[in-house]
Ligand binder design. Structure first.
Ligand SMILES: [Mn+2]
Length: 313
């Protein structure tokens, strides 16, 4: 019976999040290699990916892109190349639009990788049918089509608790809809496998740690389907301890630290890490801008909209 590795939210990127002190890009690449080493070791039928390959749609570090593609393509069990079947997360979409997928670095990786397949229709592995639900697709609207075991991969904020923050969907709304297994990404904290009714839900959490103080143990899932669904965690060996990657656990001390740095540099035209961090924040909030753009365009006059867009530059 089929066996898979599932991982999600890689967020490959050449710049580190504010407050990270290690080489973020190298760290993510190493963890990607860990995932594919597991895939080879466990002789899986396929690797499944839950969305957000890059942190933003276009990465321009060609060494990093090449290395990631080599890792994906270099995964073999004997002579058999192990394929990856993937869905798209919002971070791999220019303007968060699925129709812009071909403008992304992930699409470029796919175009030159024999092993990578971003899927738009269900794919079968014996009795098991794996269905894709890209970020724009509410998983509650997808219907299982297979006769045997039905698996859904979804980039959606599915949450195990009934009382969840706005914009997240409790998994209870997907119980007994014909799914045997729902594997999700997007919610970076993830949650342990839980079976409700006949459905098992699981999210291993993001490969990348991008929020200050994210002290999770980074893992992917081994999914074994044999008279039932078995999901177990595989801990990525190359990950570093939180102490090695975070500058400090509090934003307040970071800000006072960098303000001090800024003051000490006044006069020579360089304001140090404080300015660097603000600039990086401005770059990272482009994601927010694309949401504003989507929301504002239908309701604003052309002149008001173009004024709004001019402010972001
Ligand atoms: Mn993500």
């Amino acid at each position: 019976m089929p066996r898979f590795i599932f991982y999600t939210d890689l967020h490959l990127w050449d710049k580190a999040p504010v407050n990270r002190v290690d080489d973020y890009g190298e760290c993510v690449q190493n963890k990607l290699q860990d995932v594919y080493n597991f895939a080879a070791k466990w002789d899986v039928d396929a690797v499944l990916f839950g969305g957000d390959f890059c942190n933003r749609p276009r990465l321009f570090d060609y060494t990093m892109i090449t290395n990631a593609a080599r890792t994906v393509n270099g995964c073999f069990s004997g002579d058999r190349q192990i394929s990856t079947y993937a869905i798209i997360g919002q971070h791999d979409l220019v303007g968060y639009r699925v129709e812009n997928y071909d403008q992304s670095t992930l699409h470029f990786v796919e175009a030159f990788s024999s092993a990578w397949h971003t899927i738009t229709t269900p794919i079968k592995f014996g009795d098991v049918t794996v269905h894709p639900a890209h970020v724009n697709k509410d998983p509650r609207t997808v219907k299982p089509t297979g006769q045997g075991i039905n698996v859904l991969i979804s980039h959606w904020l599915l949450h195990p608790d009934a009382n969840v923050p706005f914009s997240t969907t409790p998994i209870s709304e997907m119980v007994d809809k014909g799914w045997d297994l729902v594997l999700s990404g997007d919610l970076h904290n993830g949650f342990d496998p839980i079976m409700i009714g006949k459905t098992t839900f699981a999210n291993p959490g993001a490969i990348a740690r991008r929020e200050i103080g994210d002290c999770r143990t980074i893992r992917c899932f081994l999914v074994e389907i044999d008279k039932g669904i078995h999901v177990s965690s595989l801990i990525l060996p190359s990950q570093k301890s939180p102490d090695e990657i975070w500058r400090d656990q509090t934003v307040t001390s970071f800000l006072s630290d960098t303000k001090e740095d800024a003051r000490s540099n006044i006069g020579d035209g360089y304001n140090g890490r404080f300015v660097d961090s603000l600039q990086q924040f401005a770059v990272e909030r482009q994601d927010v801008w694309s949401q504003i753009e989507d929301a504002a365009k239908p309701v604003l006059s052309e002149s008001a909209f173009s004024y709004l867009m001019s402010v972001k530059k």
